[in-house]
Design a protein around this ligand. Structure first.
Ligand SMILES: NC(=O)C1=CN([C@@H]2O[C@H](COP(=O)(O)OP(=O)(O)OC[C@H]3O[C@@H](n4cnc5c(N)ncnc54)[C@H](OP(=O)(O)O)[C@@H]3O)[C@@H](O)[C@H]2O)C=CC1
Ligand SMILES: Nc1nc(=O)c2c([nH]1)NC[C@@H]1CN(c3ccc(C(=O)N[C@@H](CCC(=O)O)C(=O)O)cc3)C=[N+]21
Length: 288
């Protein structure tokens, strides 16, 4: 039986640290501020945004949720991003994705001040991560949270094989960059990858982010591997499940994340951590 990586508990510990950092900032009269922009009425997005807002408020972070109609124009949305860019009480700006059709997500993300880009999606920050530049900059929260989870396992990653299934800008690509920066040998798989099972069986660390329910079966996993399931999928009964067949995988893996209670809570906790990072960096108060 694999170790079940308790994302909920690791997220709780991270949130406790974040709360302490917020309290220290408060003594200096500083309140970290997060602005979340949500366009249209996608129900899943609405739930995530509400969860983020609740968590921020709980930790003492100022949270502004800006709900906008799907009919908003590109120019109007850019204008709103600009107001937060110039608002000194806001340290992190997040535009919930996906945006309704007709809006150019890349152009919106590029308009965010890179120093306030709490999702780490701005091309400047993506480039810094890919180049493994030193210094302070935000990165995508889901893979950063996964690196935090991997850190709790006290396993050496250097020189080992990583396979990342999925190549999105939010998960797969930044995840591969972070694992490479941790000196792993990284392969990225996607829909055109041939013999996926043969590839995943080579992975000491397997990260799956496809949105395909139970794409990865038990025998696709190397014995003893660390398996990270990013998927937030629905099974045939409408229940939340992952991209990995957990019940089969748990007998093969060395460690595995559950869904729910794995990567999801870490994403939100990392978003809070990174909001406080951005606040501290902007105040030049050092970092962690
Ligand atoms: N827990 C969390 O915090 C988060 C969870 N998620 C969840 O993670 C999953 C992935 O999200 P996201 O990265 O945004 O998704 P995208 O749809 O943007 O990307 C999915 C990726 O998976 C690849 N893919 C799809 N089907 C297959 C297949 N059969 N074999 C191999 N590769 C495949 C696609 O390849 P190609 O590029 O070739 O099309 C693509 O690169 C979703 O379930 C999402 O809900 C996402 C973000 C955060
Ligand atoms: N700009 C942007 N940034 C994002 O970070 C972003 C986004 N857009 N769009 C959508 C995805 C998805 N995402 C999740 C966050 C938390 C959970 C989460 O908390 N999941 C819980 C369960 C939640 C439930 O029960 O529905 C868990 O896995 O235990 C999941 C998914 C962030 N995303």
């Amino acid at each position: 039986m694999a170790i079940i990586i308790d994302g909920k508990q690791i997220a709780k510990d991270l949130n406790t640290q974040t709360q302490q950092r917020v309290a220290t900032l408060a003594q200096q009269g500083i309140v970290p501020g997060l602005a979340v922009i949500i366009v249209g009425d996608d129900p899943a997005s609405a739930i995530y945004v509400r969860n983020k807002h609740r968590k921020a408020v709980k930790l003492g972070i100022k949270s502004v949720v800006r709900e906008l109609p799907a009919t908003i124009s590109q120019a109007e949305l850019l204008e709103i991003v600009q107001t937060y860019n110039h608002d000194d009480s806001i340290h992190g700006i997040l535009v919930q994705s996906p945006l309704p059709v007709g809006l150019d997500e890349q152009a919106i993300v590029a308009a965010i001040d890179p120093a306030k880009d709490v999702d780490g999606f701005h091309p400047l920050n993506v480039g810094r991560l890919l180049a493994n530049l030193p210094g302070h900059y935000p990165v995508s929260c889901t893979p950063r949270g996964i690196m935090t989870m991997l850190g709790t396992l006290n396993e050496h990653l250097r020189g080992k094989q990583a396979v990342v299934v999925g190549r999105s800008m939010i998960v797969g690509r930044p995840m591969a960059a972070m694992l490479l920066n941790a000196d792993m040998t990284v392969t990225i798989a996607h829909v055109h990858t041939k013999h996926l099972s043969d590839l995943t069986r080579t992975a000491d660390v397997l990260v799956v982010a496809t949105g395909v329910t139970h794409l990865i079966k038990g025998n696709d996993i190397k014995r003893g591997a660390i398996v990270i399931d990013v998927g937030m999928d629905r099974d045939e009964n409408g229940k939340l499940t992952g991209d990995v067949d957990f019940d089969a995988a748990v007998d093969r893996a060395g460690a595995i994340t559950p869904v729910p209670g794995g990567v999801g809570p870490m994403t939100i906790a990392t978003l809070m951590q990174q909001t406080v990072d951005l606040c501290e960096w902007s105040e030049q108060l050092g970092s962690n």
